[in-house]
Design a protein around this ligand. Structure first.
Ligand SMILES: [Zn+2]
Length: 327
């Protein structure tokens, strides 16, 4: 008899009652696992599991100011904790991002929580290393078959061409991406291009924290409007450098949507994403071999339906399709 599956519930957040552990909660709890430093809603938790890099980023973002105890195991290290074995595994999403793998020691039942992730090797963080598990809680932001990202080398080439062409035409190329994750990916994409880079203060802050962990970067400095000409700029979406002649490019997986250029009001769009695309989501199922899948974020209902049609027990954790499950 295979062991009973580890119970997963959703109470305005993902909660594992047997371990009394919340996964990426947006409010203060007793014990939490934080997958990565994207959330600005990190409240005080009495005990937090997260990677050392994620903790440093949260401190830098001041989202961990009042943190209680923080436990940061090395990646892959096994921690024995209240009848559980706990491992943090690289998630490949942004620098410091991890998945959580749990084993219930009493009977060997396992669970993997992906947090945000991608299987493709990115430019600025470690490759994802999922482990098999009986229960898989996974994000499916891009859970429709139409989301297939082109090879990274192709996307990177497009970004570099945009930069060199804009500069050749006397313009100022502005690459837009979130200050943590996408911005470092963009900086890495420009390495070796022989173009100096200026960055928004929020990008500088995050990049400083992880500069020794993300590989070689092009020469970069803080944005200075008077000297910006001749530089590529890396700015978060929604911020605009006060420089004439800017041409804007956005890096986002949503670039695959036909309407994206109008939505983002930019001159160019590149499908550079830090999430898994649809083929990677399916590949994750093959790698983890779960007996039950819980889906969070994005097209959860659609992807659950697709998986069930393929004979895999899968449910949206936040939506009502679990009613079917009760039958
Ligand atoms: Zn994220």
């Amino acid at each position: 008899m295979p062991p009973a599956l580890i119970e997963v519930t959703h109470r305005k957040g993902i909660y594992l009652p047997e371990a009394d552990l919340w996964l990426d909660p947006h409010f203060g709890v007793k014990r939490a696992f934080i997958s990565h430093a994207h959330s600005d809603h990190v409240a005080r938790h009495d005990l937090t599991f997260c990677s050392a890099t994620t903790h440093r980023l949260m401190v830098a973002r001041k989202s961990a100011k009042k943190a209680g105890q923080v436990i940061s195991p090395s990646l892959g290290e096994v921690i024995e904790w209240e009848g559980w074995e706990l491992r943090l595994l690289p998630a490949g999403h942004i620098i410091g991002s991890t998945m959580l793998h749990l084993t219930r020691k009493a009977d060997g039942a396992t669970l993997l929580y992906t947090g945000d992730y991608k299987l493709r090797q990115g430019l600025s963080c470690a490759a994802c290393e999922p482990l098999p598990a009986d229960v898989l809680i996974m994000e499916c932001t891009f859970g429709l078959p139409r989301y297939r990202f082109p090879p990274l080398a192709e996307v990177q080439e497009g970004i570099r061409d945009f930069v060199t062409q804009t500069l050749a035409e006397g313009g100022v190329p502005v690459l837009q991406g979130y200050s943590l994750g996408k911005a470092q990916e963009l900086l890495r994409a420009l390495h070796g291009l022989d173009v100096p880079v200026m960055v928004h203060p929020s990008v500088a802050l995050m990049t400083e924290v992880v500069r020794d962990e993300i590989g070689e970067l092009p020469p970069w400095r803080l944005f200075d409007a008077l000297e910006a000409r001749g530089h590529a700029l890396v700015f978060p979406p929604g911020t605009k450098p006060a420089v004439p002649g800017c041409r804007f490019a956005m890096a986002s997986g949503w670039a695959l949507d036909a309407s994206a250029r109008y939505r983002y009001r930019v001159d160019a769009l590149f499908p550079l994403s830090d999430h898994a695309d649809h083929p990677e989501l399916r590949e994750t199922i093959d790698l983890v071999k779960p007996r039950r899948v819980w889906l969070v974020h994005g097209f959860t209902r659609e992807f659950a339906t697709e998986l069930r049609a393929a004979g895999i027990e899968a449910w949206s954790l936040e939506r009502a399709d679990q009613l079917e499950f009760a039958w």
